[in-house]
Design a protein around this ligand. Structure first.
Ligand code: PLP
Length: 281
């Protein structure tokens, strides 16, 4: 149980930061999560590029390149080299007396940990989800550590024994508390456009690539809540979730509530193939 903290690898108990860290005070930081599959991080370059892009959006200066040497060292110290695992990375603006505006000349706080995680080949979940008002702010494209809106939405799903909460902004389904959402209607695949109302998931991007490779028609359009019952299939995507079928949204059931849609199944099997390719490169 090791933690990478600001250039050194320490035991978990000794990984300590100041209470004046802006990550703690304001949630002023960016995070990233990726998984190692068959000895390689899946879409590592894309995850690190998103981390870099998000840091730039909030003017935290940190060279993401520096993580490239540190990650193998952390995995080795964690006895996870080549093992299936999840890597959490967090970069906050750093430590300074509390003030809202960005303090000058402070060093970011950089933290990473890895934990063993074996994802299923294919996610066999057929999820029941609920819908909630998307009460988050309007910069959901920033993968920030202040996740209170997402945490509250997910808690409401858990309280109601639902797998996820789909979020609805101005009548349109944006995404879920920690996943992106897709719909299928007449063999056309729909997902919300990657604008400031969603986090553009790497899994979302991979699924879109797969759809294009399969010559499926894709429309990056949000689906209105009141048109859910017209849809043929729905599914969630995310790094740990991979592709999870949705069987039920609120009181609406897809199929008879037990089957997984044809296209969802197809995308799941293509996604599985991609993960195995990860072995060979
Ligand atoms: N949307 C939100 C709000 C998320 O927090 C996440 C992942 O954490 C996703 C979507 C899925 O992103 P990815 O596929 O990169 O894991």
């Amino acid at each position: 149980k090791k933690v990478y903290l600001n250039g050194t690898i320490v035991d978990r108990e000794n990984a300590q930061i100041s209470v004046f860290d802006r990550g703690f005070i304001f949630g002023d930081g960016i995070y990233e999560v990726m998984v190692q599959i068959n000895g390689r991080f899946f879409y590592e370059a894309v995850h690190l590029a998103r981390l870099d892009a998000c840091l730039k959006k909030i003017n935290i200066e940190f060279e993401v390149e520096r993580l490239k040497n540190a990650i193998p060292k952390l995995l080795e110290a964690s006895e996870l080299t080549d093992k299936d695992c999840l890597l959490y990375i967090q970069v906050t603006r750093g430590v300074a007396p509390r003030q809202h505006s960005f303090p000058k000349n402070i060093e970011p706080t950089v933290m990473m940990y890895a934990q063993a995680k074996k994802l299923p080949d294919i996610n066999t979940v057929n999820a029941s989800v609920l819908t909630l008002k998307d009460f988050r702010w309007s910069r959901c494209d920033i993968k920030m550590t202040s996740l209170l809106g997402n945490v509250m939405a997910n808690e409401q799903a858990m309280q109601n024994d639902r797998y996820e909460a789909l979020l609805v902004r101005n009548g349109i389904i944006t995404e879920a508390s920690h996943c992106n959402v897709f719909f299928v209607k007449d063999k056309v695949v729909y997902t919300h456009p990657a604008n400031e109302f969603i986090l553009d998931g790497i899994t979302r991007q991979i699924v879109l690539e797969i759809c294009r490779a399969l010559n499926l028609e894709v429309r990056e359009e949000g689906i209105p809540l009141n048109r859910i019952s017209e849809m043929d299939e729905a599914f969630l995507t995310g790094t740990s979730t991979q592709i999870a079928s949705i069987r039920q949204i609120d009181d609406h059931y897809f199929y008879d509530g037990s089957n997984i849609g044809e296209l969802t199944k197809k995308l799941q099997s293509e996604f599985f193939k991609l993960k195995n390719l990860n072995d060979q490169e």
